[in-house]
Design a binder for this molecule. Sequence first.
Ligand code: GLP
Length: 244
Amino acid sequence: VIFKNSDDASIVIAQEIAALIKEKQAKQNYCVLGLATGSSPIKVYEELVRLHKEDNLSFANVIVFNLDEYYPMEITNVQSYHYFMHEHLFNHIDILPENIHIPDGTVSQKDLYQYCIDYELKINAVGGLDFQLLGIGRTGHIGFNEPGSHPNSGTRIITLNHITRSDAAEAFFGIENVPKRAITMGIGTIKKAKRIVIMAFGHKKAPVVKEAIEGAIKSDIPASYLQEHKNTTFVLDQEAAGEL
Ligand code: GLP
């Protein structure tokens, strides 16, 4: 779906999420959301906060699992995805703290393997993701599943691609400060979501969007694996759709 601009696109995505939360509420059920970071989802979160404040949208029945976190990373660090999510969403809504899950960048090296397995089990224990929101990196990554990621991969520690680290350099005041690794949900974890919405905005994303949507399904472009998912929508602005 191509929108004139990212604001219009974000409002429609937020409305879909709100409708799903309300549908689950009506059935006295909880709603399991997979959430993303980066600049792309900011306006979606802003709109969800607005719906909470002005339209009585409650997040009391919402359980969230974030896609990824840098490793190592303190949760109080302003560059952490923990900080980002609280700043843009969690601090402004009525979600219960025990329903927030974000990969923990402070886990010790020796506990990491088990930690990742447990993260995956927690998602499965609540019945899997009802909805997964995604952005896309210029390498074609989703979450932090860099090129080479296996289609059945689960939550794990990965090494960040140089392009990904250089894209993050500004936020970290220099590429040398960007962590070299991250914890991320896998392609397999993401693909198990019942519904996926992936956003891409701006002309810099146009080449990778073309590859992900029109190119071959291959591990060089992890987002291309979404072509195999039954209920995924790419939501683009006109710039990101420029090479389709
Ligand atoms: C980071 C995140 C991804 C995100 C990507 C794109 O790498 N781990 O989940 O999709 O950035 O970010 P942006 O939306 O700022 O372009």
